[in-house]
Unconditional design. Structure first.
Length: 331
């Protein structure tokens, strides 16, 4: 009797996670998240559900197709959300209309009303935002989807410089391998450091990254590992139209303007202002090549107040006028 009571008590303490998979969801993000949970219970290669359990929920019993074509079978309907510690929404292709149905959106709203933490992985954050569940939370998205998120949800706070964020009862993750990092954080919080370490070792990951890790991208082919420079450059990319001052950028990484300028010159042999100008003009060259937007609108879209100033800057970098570039981008 005692053994059964202890077993029941332990089972009640298990971390319980539900997954909602969007149509055309990203398989890697889902598999890395769920495998981190699974391997937290690994012992001598006999993975069980000793410390964590999970379900794939669906309003229907149909197989759910991932973006790579592999299909996953749901294991449960939309059951009472309070039985879960977290509900994870895994998104995928943005051009897929209605990634989840209205019944699922209402289920997420019900879970939110009952204070169940909701996590958006990859473009799952778009689904939570569409359901009206991110209005009081800052959202973390991949740099690849940053502009899409701003266009769809201009009133919401969003950033694309970190790999994931846990903000009270909401979480958001850039996707990809960062799904394992977010899952590891949750394993450490609810099960313990040894379970997290075991999962990472079996996944052949040296160490889980924290929520402060910068998304691994080298904008403008900048070969620099300094996280302060990478963070500043990402901020520049995310603020092409509403240009930030160098003082603001420096303050964001705990430096003075002079310290930031010295850092840029020492590490990448150029100034923050020059990098920012290049980012804005690269955006302009993309618009010139791929759209028929008038020059004045392009100038405003990349932070210039008039066409003449924009044209001088463009010529100084590309060696031709914006009009010539539009006619022949290879000039």
């Amino acid at each position: 009797m005692r053994g059964e009571a202890e077993k029941a008590a332990h089972m009640a303490e298990r971390l319980n996670v539900a997954f909602i998979l969007a149509r055309s969801f990203t398989l890697s993000a889902f598999s890395l998240f769920v495998d981190t949970l699974r391997l937290a219970s690994d012992e001598a290669d006999r993975s069980g559900r000793r410390f964590a359990d999970w379900q794939v929920l669906s309003s229907r019993g149909n197989l759910i197709r991932s973006s790579c074509g592999i299909r996953v079978a749901p294991t449960s309907g939309l059951v009472e959300p309070t039985q879960f510690d977290y509900i994870v929404v895994v998104g995928g292709l943005l051009d897929r209309e209605d990634p989840v149905d209205d019944e699922t959106l209402n289920y997420l709203r019900l879970a939110a009303s009952r204070k169940i933490p909701l996590l958006g992985v990859c473009t799952g954050t778009f689904i939570l935002a569409e359901a009206g569940l991110m209005s009081e939370h800052e959202t973390c998205v991949s740099w690849l989807h940053y502009h899409d998120f701003r266009e769809r949800f201009p009133a919401l706070a969003v950033r694309a410089d970190r790999i994931y964020r846990l903000d009270r009862l909401r979480g958001s993750c850039a996707g990809g391998s960062a799904a394992a990092d977010m899952a590891a954080h949750i394993v450490r919080r609810h099960i313990g450091p040894s379970a997290e370490r075991n999962a990472m070792e079996v996944l052949q990951i040296d160490q889980a990254r924290t929520r402060f890790a910068v998304q691994p991208r080298r904008p403008l082919s900048i070969e620099c590992e300094d996280p302060r420079i990478r963070t500043v450059v990402l901020m520049m990319e995310q603020n092409v139209e509403d240009v930030l001052s160098i003082n603001v950028l420096a303050s964001a990484v705990g430096l003075s303007r002079r310290q930031l300028e010295r850092l840029f010159v020492a590490e990448i042999q150029t100034t923050p202002s020059a990098v920012y100008r290049r980012i804005r003009l690269e955006r302009a060259s993309h618009l010139l090549t791929n759209t028929k937007v008038p020059l004045i609108e392009i100038a405003l879209a990349v932070g210039y107040v008039n066409v003449s100033h924009f044209s001088r800057s463009f010529r100084s970098v590309y060696g031709c006028s914006a009009t010539e570039w539009r006619l022949n981008p290879s000039t």
